[in-house]
Design a protein around this ligand. Structure first.
Ligand code: E4P
Length: 216
């Protein structure tokens, strides 16, 4: 299972890369706005692309088909590992098909239903990003959506990868892995939560305490 970091913060990204745990990065306009503005967003994305060898999702701001395609082409020029993120709208699906026909990777984002995900696969998306946390927030079961999409993609051998997004806690990652999602994109906080277990800490303390008494 691939793990992507859901962040545009280069300090967080470098720390995760140093641990050797990250296969790619997803950004969105909200995440990018925390660390960059319209004047330097390209440079920040370029630096992220130099820092991480895997796919780096960069989202279009445009909402109309032709302007999305034009923006997607510009984003793709930043680096070979850019994946253009487009929203799951009619215009976004058109843009997906066109960008894919030009060899550009596309992540279709803001997916909230299995039938939307079916359309993303038919449009040739490289990744589809279903948002589990935002569904949970409105009392719908985000992980049930992941099960449905994985089953549909398996049924028809679609090449599109399911990239579980809007992950809020380690149980989301566990469930995504059990279902067999191809990837999950997780915030830095969740990545660190995944590494820690109180029994691991207590175990180390116990071993060190016992060892300090050895030979005495
Ligand atoms: C990633 O591709 C998404 O943009 C992100 O996971 C959304 O997460 P949020 O619902 O916590 O904003």
């Amino acid at each position: 299972m691939k793990l992507f970091l859901d962040s545009a913060d280069l300090r967080e990204i470098r720390r995760a890369v140093a641990a050797g745990l990250i296969d790619g990065i997803t950004t969105n306009p909200s995440l990018l706005s925390k660390v960059a503005g319209p004047d330097n967003a390209r440079e920040v994305l370029a630096e992220i692309c130099r820092t991480v060898a895997g796919p780096i999702s960069a989202e279009v701001i445009a909402t109309e088909q032709e302007s999305m395609i034009a923006e997607g082409r510009e984003l793709a020029k930043i680096a070979d590992n850019i994946v253009v993120k487009v929203p799951l709208t009619e215009a976004g699906l058109h843009a997906c098909r066109r960008l894919r026909s030009e060899g550009i990777g596309v992540n279709v984002t803001l997916c909230f239903s299995a039938t939307q995900a079916l359309l993303a696969a038919k449009a040739g998306a490289t990744f589809v990003s279903p948002f589990v946390g935002r569904l949970d927030d409105i009392s719908q079961d985000g992980m049930q959506l992941i099960e449905q999409i994985v089953q549909i993609y398996d049924n028809y051998d679609f090449a599109t990868e399911v990239l579980v997004a809007s992950v809020r806690h380690p149980v989301h990652v566990l469930q995504a892995a059990l279902i067999g999602a191809h990837a999950a994109t997780i915030p830095a906080k969740t990545l660190h939560q995944l590494m820690h277990h109180p029994l691991t800490d207590r175990g180390i303390e116990g071993f060190l305490a016992d060892w300090s008494k050895a030979g005495k």
